[in-house]
Design a protein around this ligand. Structure first.
Ligand code: IVH
Length: 701
């Protein structure tokens, strides 16, 4: 795709475009901005090796947007700004596929593969067949059409003949190029097939947030990918972080008189070509063999490593390499004869649902948990499975005594796919939901727009204990040794009644307890003491405000100088923050209005916890360099640039991104270039050498 020289050039170009604030040749600047943004996207989304910081990327993007807004006639359909959607789609129109999207025949073992190999040789009328082997990605199938190098249509698989046109959602996937140099090989129209997938890491984080929001997590990455593609709000699609792999060219037309290029003679070359053109493809994972035994060996070895890939794979696909042979072999109405899937062992098993227990969580939500006969799935024994809420139980029509199909995809939590109703005996029993809290006996309530029944007694013992456990947990205050067992024990003994008690535990009583030696007491004391230094975002997260996960806690913490400022933030103001919608805002505002929560915050402050946003305070603090702005250019000799910038900020100054009339000082290192010239031209900027800068800092104390 990019040569090493291209990369160097584009990187430099990106850096200089960030600094340059205007240019007479705006047409060229627009072109350059597009090139560097496409390059940065490719590095980030296809290569997984980011080259720019978020800030730098945003700066470039904003510049491009600004220029295109000023010169709308220069906007092209493949400009990176065109990924940004305007409004919400009403529905996705049906479209017919140029070539039907077939599925694949399955094989499960070596014998199946040998049979398939024999059939291929008969059909192709040759003993010499090359096979390509590549992963079978477990996501949602898509079709992309490029015309004259530009993406013109994206569609779902649908029933294989008709799909849904989802171009706007496809554009939200930055791994998919909006244009590619197909015309260099005289390809005018081309349809590419592939799979939209979601990284396991992204999927887990997404589910974690859903659970924190009181929603049922999505079953597996496949459902997440296909569900997301059909969301009507493209902004939401973008947030979900989908990616894609393109693995098949199903159709193309060449310009008049053009010869079929070498890239379109074999599957292997086609996939390498797609990769060269900037597409994510299985280029690196693909192997070519000419003996089926080698294919089989690879399949077995690869299955052992299936968890190492960042996304789910449910098998491998074996394809005849030469397109001429593929054409000779043809297809059935369901699947091509020149390709086959080798399916990995299913991560499903059946078991019997024995009973349902009801657990009360930190927010009072009552969660049904299925207890099944223990069964091994994908290397772990599963006996307990969350059913999330009453709706899930009703939708799946689960009964006690049902034989159930259980799935555990990858490292993801297990779930019940469905009951096997055909195995019912008539002895199965309905699942009854409790009307009262199984812990404190309070009447359960259900809000109109929610699936969960809740115990609304905030002093319900389980909720109290769960709140304290959450506060001490790894992602919150990270107080090791204050886990479930100890919190429960201390609570039962009356040593720990609410969160602030953690900071004045009765150590004499604890030392007298069985299992608490001097060493473990000292460790716990140390962990509690250390937790006082945790930053504000962890405290906010630890307070367990509904719908406030780690990301939102960070957003809230960085918006204020001290947690108390949030007491005055109303829903409207909270909604101005990134990723804070009305639901989250209402919950946050409600939390900080409550007297008992303000009391807890007062007590925590008295105990010496860090409730101020240190970073923000720094910035706001006045200092000798207050209201002064700095920019560094060229190579510094005595300092790292980051150190120099920190010195400025520590003294109340701030750093600018480019030379403008707002800049007070330009600090010039070796080989300073355009910035220095520009500053000189402006005439309002004071130019300092590195030594002069250091002297200034020293003088400022
Ligand atoms: S080739 C005409 N290659 O698996 C052949 N399919 O179960 C087109 N899939 O519908 C398919 N990874 O959505 C092919 N490397 C791969 C694949 C792959 C996943 C999906 C595809 C297909 C389904 C069949």
């Amino acid at each position: 795709m990019y040569t090493a020289d291209d990369e160097k050039h584009l990187y430099k170009q990106a850096k200089s475009l960030i600094e340059r604030s205007n240019d007479k040749n705006f047409e060229q600047e627009i072109q350059q901005l597009r090139e560097v943004i496409n390059y940065a996207d490719w590095k980030y989304y296809v290569q997984d090796e980011p080259v720019l910081s978020d800030f730098e990327y945003d700066t470039l993007f904003k510049k491009l947007k600004h220029l295109e807004d000023s010169y709308p006639e220069l906007v092209t359909s493949d400009s990176p700004t065109q990924r940004v959607a305007k409004g919400i789609s009403e529905k996705f129109p049906p479209v017919s596929h140029l070539v039907p999207m077939l599925s694949l025949d399955n094989t499960y073992n070596a014998e199946d593969l040998r049979d398939w190999d024999r059939r291929c040789k008969e059909l192709a009328e040759t003993e010499e067949i090359e096979y390509c082997v590549e992963p079978k990605y477990d996501g949602a199938g898509i079709s992309l059409i490029y015309e004259d190098g530009k993406l013109t249509r994206g569609a779902t698989r649908g029933d294989g003949v008709m799909g849904e046109e989802i171009t706007i959602n496809i554009k939200q996937i930055k791994a998919i190029p909006l244009s590619a140099a197909f015309t260099k090989k005289h390809v005018e129209q081309i349809e590419i097939r592939g799979e939209v997938v979601i990284h396991k890491k992204v999927f887990d984080a997404f589910n974690k947030q859903r659970v924190a929001d009181g929603l049922a997590p999505l079953a597996n990455p496949r459902n997440a990918a296909s569900g997301t593609l059909r969301i009507l709000d493209p902004t939401e699609v973008r947030k979900r972080g989908l990616t894609a792999i393109l693995y098949h060219i199903s159709y193309y037309t060449l310009g008049k008189g053009a010869q079929r290029p070498k890239e379109l003679e074999t599957h292997y070359d086609a996939i390498q070509w797609l990769y060269q053109l900037g597409f994510p493809s299985p280029a690196k994972e693909m192997r070519v063999y000419n003996k089926i035994d080698d294919v089989i060996e690879h399949c077995h070895a690869f299955e052992k490593r299936r968890d190492e890939l960042p996304f789910e794979v449910d098998g491998l696909v074996i394809k005849v390499n030469h397109f001429n042979l593929q054409d000779r072999m043809g297809q059935t109405t369901h699947h091509p004869r020149w390709a086959v899937a080798f399916k990995f062992k299913a991560r499903q098993a059946t078991s019997v649902l024995r009973k349902v227990e009801f657990q009360v969580g930190r927010t009072g939500a009552v969660t049904p948990v299925a207890k099944i006969d223990p069964v091994p799935i994908g290397g772990v024994t599963v006996s307990s499975i969350s059913l999330f809420n009453e709706d899930v139980v009703r939708e799946k029509d689960l009964h006690i005594g049902d034989t159930v199909l259980v799935e555990r995809a990858g490292d993801v939590i297990p779930y019940i796919v469905k009951p096997l109703t055909e195995l019912r005996t008539g002895e199965e029993k309905k699942i009854h939901f409790p009307t009262h809290c199984p812990v404190c006996g309070e009447l359960l309530e259900k809000a109109q727009d929610e699936a969960a029944w809740r115990c609304i007694n905030i002093n319900c013992p389980v909720q109290v204990v769960e709140r304290m456990m959450h506060f001490a947990s790894k992602d919150a205050m990270d107080i090791r040794n204050l886990g479930e067992a100890n919190v429960n024990k201390f609570y039962e003994l009356g040593i720990l009644k609410s969160i602030p008690d953690i900071y004045h535990l009765d150590w004499d009583k604890i030392q007298a307890l069985e299992g608490f030696g001097e060493k473990s007491v000292t460790k716990l004391q140390q962990a509690i003491e250390n937790s006082k230094q945790q930053p504000l975002n962890r405290v906010i997260y630890g307070l367990g405000i509904r719908y406030v996960g780690e990301a939102t806690a960070k957003t809230l913490a960085s918006a204020v100088g001290h947690i108390r400022e949030l007491y005055d933030w109303d829903v409207e103001k909270l909604c101005t923050l990134d990723d804070v919608g009305p639901k989250v805002a209402a919950s946050v505002s409600h939390f900080f209005k409550a007297h008992e929560n303000r009391h807890i915050i007062d007590l925590l402050e008295k105990e010496g916890l860090n409730l101020a946003n240190v970073h923000k305070e720094h910035k706001q603090h006045s200092g000798p360099l207050e209201a002064k702005t700095f920019l560094f250019t060229g190579t510094l000799n005595q300092l790292k640039r980051s150190e120099a910038e920190k010195m400025v900020e520590d003294k109340g100054g701030s750093i600018l991104g480019g030379v403008s009339s707002k800049l007070s000082y330009l600090v010039v290192g070796e080989d300073a270039g355009s910035k220095l010239e520009k500053a000189k031209k402006l005439g309002t900027v004071t130019i300092l050498t590195e030594q002069e800068f250091l002297d200034m800092i020293n003088k400022a104390g």
